[in-house]
Design a protein around this ligand. Structure first.
Ligand SMILES: [Zn+2]
Length: 347
């Protein structure tokens, strides 16, 4: 994830960088798998059963790691677009003249506002070294809530066209639509998992930076330790969390439909803000040596990490069920399929 991207770049010699993928995760793959599996466990019985078939469930779990696999690509086009999708550094809004109250739910409109804010506040915004900005994304502060909202919309679209195909499509079309849904559910789970990792919401993503009155850790191994090192050491297992999973619930049954697409963005921002509030408690745990991994000290840290993974999984399950419930049959496709059935031209 970006933390390791930034920190590893500064530590490794150029020769190593040329061959080594700058890999890492938010949560490591194991943590992301848990998030997707918790979300699957939260789905009620009336949710489409095909997602729970063993092959589909395993694919959804596997795809939790997909967005991090993309991070290992040497291709700048993919790195440019993928890397900022994993985080959103909330403290960096204010120096750009932005705030949580004026965030635009459209990614590109927000990007323009960010660029304008950078231009208008040159002394407040950290300079970006062009020599270290090969992928042209270091001036960004992250797109995590946009990424969640856009993937939600893709999933909703998937359920919409599945519904149309189920009414008037061929068995192959129905099967393809189902496979697409499984794919989107799996991939979007990564971002819900990232949002549950407090270090993905802050400029203190890999050790505290700047003024540090509380004396928090500044070491640049902190992020990778929280991503997975500590969880491995503490032996955190999915089974310990499964008993705590509550049934998924739709995010906003009470809000009028026209506002709902933007509401998913707002819900995602709200979730990220809530996890941002866990940044200092996380650093505090480290300060109290409850994340040291030393035997006998791990209970509180393990509960904290398990709690965050659980929150990510529940958030994801709620997004999935909302997309399913909100999806109405794709009317354009439906008309085309009916036309095809009647002997006219379909698509
Ligand atoms: Zn990530």
């Amino acid at each position: 994830m970006k933390a390791c991207f930034r920190s590893i770049v500064s530590l490794l010699p150029a020769a190593v960088l040329a061959v080594a993928p700058l890999s890492s995760a938010a949560w490591d793959y194991e943590g992301h798998r848990m998030v997707n599996q918790i979300a699957l466990a939260s789905l009620p019985k009336d949710f489409p059963a095909f997602v729970r078939e063993p092959a589909a469930a395993e694919r959804i779990a596997f795809l939790s790691g997909e967005a991090d696999r993309w991070r290992n690509s040497p291709d700048a086009a993919l790195r440019h677009v993928n890397e900022p999708d994993h985080f959103f550094d909330l403290e960096d809004l204010q120096p750009h003249g932005l705030s949580l109250t004026n965030l635009n739910p459209f990614r590109h409109v927000f990007t323009v506002a960010l660029a304008e804010g950078r231009k208008a506040n040159p002394s407040a915004v950290p300079a970006v070294s062009e020599a270290r900005n090969q992928n042209q994304n270091r001036q960004l502060i992250g797109f995590l809530p946009w990424s969640i909202a856009e993937n939600y919309a893709k999933l909703k679209s998937g359920f919409s066209y599945l519904k149309a195909f189920e009414e008037n499509g061929t068995p192959d079309e129905i099967e393809n639509a189902k496979q697409n849904i499984v794919y989107i559910m799996g991939v979007m789970g990564h971002y819900a998992g990232d949002a549950a990792q407090p270090l993905h919401t802050t400029r203190h993503y890999n050790g505290w930076v700047g003024a540090n009155p509380s004396g928090y850790a500044t070491n640049t191994t902190f992020h990778s330790w929280i991503d997975g090192g500590f969880n491995i050491r503490s032996g955190l297992q999915l089974e310990e969390l499964s008993g705590k999973v509550r049934p998924a619930k739709a995010l906003f049954d009470t809000i009028a439909p026209p506002n709902r697409p933007h509401d998913v963005f707002s819900v995602a921002v709200g979730f990220i803000v809530a996890q941002h509030a866990m940044v200092e408690p996380l650093y505090q745990l480290e300060k109290e040596r409850k994340l040291s991994g030393e035997t006998g000290t791990e209970a509180e840290g393990k509960a904290f990490m398990g709690g965050q993974l659980l929150k990510g999984g529940q958030f994801l399950g709620d997004l999935w069920i909302t997309a399913w419930k909100e999806a109405t049959p794709d009317t354009f496709l439906k008309a085309q399929l009916i036309k095809r059935k009647l002997g006219g031209k379909g698509r």
